[in-house]
Design a protein around this ligand. Structure first.
Ligand code: EPU
Length: 337
């Protein structure tokens, strides 16, 4: 029988480790159970909230509605030819288990995304990315249930309107769809993406360039830079890397000759938010029970007992000082519930 739990703590369900309550909690491992939870909420006139792996959220207060945790499993082969294999993957599959599966089967496209926490169902929402690769490069389509109509919907890659850490699921469809499955089209003869930072140096320590060694290198770089959420609460990068125009970039470069930047086009330069935050003096700083990680200034951490509002206050102070110093607005990457 499917049980919807009542009055639980969401602490184990968010990687910041925030101790907030949920009135109802439905761990739904089938599409039918997701539908049941939606119907239960509608019958009781309650709102629905979705939490997947909880690795990119901040919950600021107790949730009075129904929290649905779509834990649908399964990686099913749908189509194959000499160049690609297409899989339908349950929203509740741990993202890194899927990457491991792909790499072990000599399929490319996601190896640079090794070690990212969270569930497969969250990958399209913020178009997860790392080391020069984004989830959008392999997502074929997304299946879900529309909350208002309880109808099944499918969005192909173009319909997802993917952008840098962005998609239609963070905009027009925010809070309107529960993703149940994601389809990935993975190349059988992958071309590798090795340009980012010290990736190639790290790979050379493991031998030749192949999917297994890229995965090992990425996991090792991440382990070194990013705090393990099972040890210290965090949600990975807290802010997006801001994009500025050429005039702003040239102006900043005059004042700060060491400012790093990635030229996206003649009109856009991406500046690492971690550098701005570090330069503004925040790296390693602790305010009460939360702070800025000492090895990666883009990551905010909960040392234990912080509230969502404490972290948001810290984020807001960081935004103010970066704005004052550089004239740049930092946009949050995490989703606030
Ligand atoms: N930097 C600093 N100080 C810091 C951190 C970074 O000066 O404390 C500067 C350095 O110059 C460094 C540059 O920023 O060379 C870039 O740093 P890093 O390679 O660590 O990447 P990032 O821009 O900080 C982004 C993603 C990460 C992803 C890495 C690797 C965003 C918001 N973050 O971080 O994604 O793992 O690139 O591709 O785009 C996440 O989204 O949760 C995440 C961890």
């Amino acid at each position: 029988m499917f049980v919807i739990k009542k009055d639980i703590s969401l602490k184990p369900y968010n990687t910041f480790g925030l101790d907030v309550g949920a009135k109802y909690f439905a761990k739904a491992n089938t599409v039918e159970k997701v539908l049941y939870a939606i119907n239960f909420a509608s019958y009781n006139k309650l709102s629905v909230y979705v939490i997947g792996g909880g690795s990119n959220i901040i919950v600021t207060r107790d949730i009075e509605g129904v929290v649905v945790n779509p834990s649908i499993q399964g990686i099913q082969l749908q189509e194959e030819d000499v160049n690609f294999m297409t899989f339908r993957v349950g929203a509740g599959v741990a993202w890194d288990k899927f990457v491991e599966f792909a790499v072990n089967n000599n399929l490319g496209g996601v190896e640079n995304l090794s070690g990212i926490p969270g569930y497969v169902g969250a990958a399209p929402i913020q178009n997860i990315g790392a080391y020069g690769v984004e989830a959008k490069d392999t997502i074929f389509k997304v299946e879900g249930i529309e909350l208002a109509t309880r109808k099944f919907v499918e969005l192909n890659n173009a319909e997802c309107s993917f952008g840098y850490r962005d998609s239609i699921f963070k905009k027009e469809l925010k809070g309107k769809i529960i993703i149940t499955h994601v389809w990935f089209k993975l190349p059988t003869k992958p071309s590798f993406n090795l340009e980012y930072g010290n990736l190639l140096d790290e790979i050379s320590q493991y031998g030749g360039v192949n999917l297994q060694n890229i995965r090992k290198a990425v996991v090792s770089i991440r382990k070194h830079k990013l705090p393990d959420p099972t040890i210290i609460g965090n949600a990975g990068s807290f802010f997006k890397n801001p994009v500025v125009g050429p005039d702003a970039y040239i102006h900043l470069k005059k004042i700060y000759p060491d400012i790093p930047a990635f030229k996206i086009s003649d009109d856009y330069y991406k500046i690492p938010a971690g550098w701005l935050i570090e330069k503004a003096g925040w790296k390693g700083k602790r305010i009460g029970s939360c702070g800025v990680h000492e090895r990666q200034a883009l990551v905010l951490v909960n040392y234990g007992g912080a509230k969502g509002s404490d972290i948001l206050n810290l984020a807001s102070s960081i935004q103010t000082s970066v704005k004052e110093l550089f004239g740049i607005e930092l946009e949050m990457e995490v989703n606030v519930i």
